[in-house]
Design a binder for this molecule. Sequence first.
Ligand code: UD1
Length: 432
Amino acid sequence: MAVVAGQPRLIVRGGRRLSGAVAVSGAKNSALKLMVASLLAPGASVLRNVPDIQDVRTMQEVLEHLGAVVEFADGTMTVDTAEVQSHVAPYELVQRMRASIQIMGPLVARFGRARVAMPGGCNLGPRKIDIHLRGLADMGGTIRSDHGFVEVAADRLRAINMFLDYPSVGATENLLMAAVLAEGTTTLENAAREPEIVDLCKFLVSMGADIEGAGSSTLRINGVSEMHPAEHTVLGDRIEAGTFLIAGAVTGGDVEVTGISPHVLELFLFKLRSVGVQVQENTRSIKASGDPRSYGGVDVATLPYPGFATDLQAQMMVLLSIAKGVSVVTENVFENRFGFVDELIRLGAEIRVDGNHAVVSGGRSLTGAIVRCPDLRAGAALAIAGLAAEGCTELREVYHIDRGYEQFEQKLQALGADVERVGVGSGPCSSL
Ligand code: UD1
């Protein structure tokens, strides 16, 4: 396997017990939408606890491309949208980060027009935007597509009653942000209920929106004629929290994640306990510890919130690979989200994939190998597998991890992990 010039790699030497506390960063999937929501009002909104990750930097570029002035330092971001001129998200940015399509709702709502490159497929399968577009069309938007772009235009959007075909996170957010400035009362049924949507609703309300039902599957939005800038602190990242809890558990360690409410991880924590991990919940922190020799398999099926998060499926698969017994993991949210399984098998896991089911024969001892990160969460999972493995693991294409984890290896190092980032040339795993 050739080393790609200039691409950093992570070197993980397994076998160390992780121990200590780690503060989770602000949630990626909330911060990105809050940044976009600031487009709804002219002036400067302030967001705190924003994670300094690549996706946030890409969204910053998207907003700057539109004409916003963005300042970002020490977790505080100011987005000044007073001078926004453009309504176009170019291919180069949308292709780098699909969440760029979330600008559609707010741009049409405030400026009457949005033109966004179509995201196309990605390595999680063909992620469609039909629900986003159907909602915007029902609200009176004229939808056109040409040259790989989709354009939505409307003088003023009008309220709708819509039953979403599926509780899509992105569609719920896009339509919510469109509805806050629409004429009349919009009802979104079968809406997504993710904590990040609740966070978005809170920010929108502080900007002057009138929303009922945040956190339930029915959102009622009374349109207002204008919004104003506001300040907001991003909620903690439940996926990052879950990732570090599993990292501790697979090493037989004792890890506490702080800055997160256990209730946003309820089913995940139930599954950890079912495996045999000891979990202690506090108001704003969670502690997990255990002995991998006593872990047993469980079945897991991903579902929209409050179901088991698809973004924790890959990390869970690592834990189930070392837990004794057979586990069945069913992926219901995305197609092609088992792309990392072949890499995990290179580390010694025994997994058979059949459609959207993966049968994990656990109780395996993992051994270090060279692996590539196929996507963000899979990258984190493979790093976790490296921590549990005997010997040295070399992770390639780690830019995927940098999209969504702030100071990933520094946080692991602080817990006692032997992880380092290396540049080009032969790395310390060159014996592999
Ligand atoms: C968001 C999260 C992602 C998480 C996912 C599910 C962000 C930036 N990303 O992604 O990390 O894994 O929620 O929790 O917040 N679908 C349609 N038509 C649509 C929209 C979606 O068929 O119009 C399908 C998708 O193809 C996919 C499923 O619905 O199979 C889930 O997608 P969605 O909930 O929209 O996820 P995202 O918002 O893309």
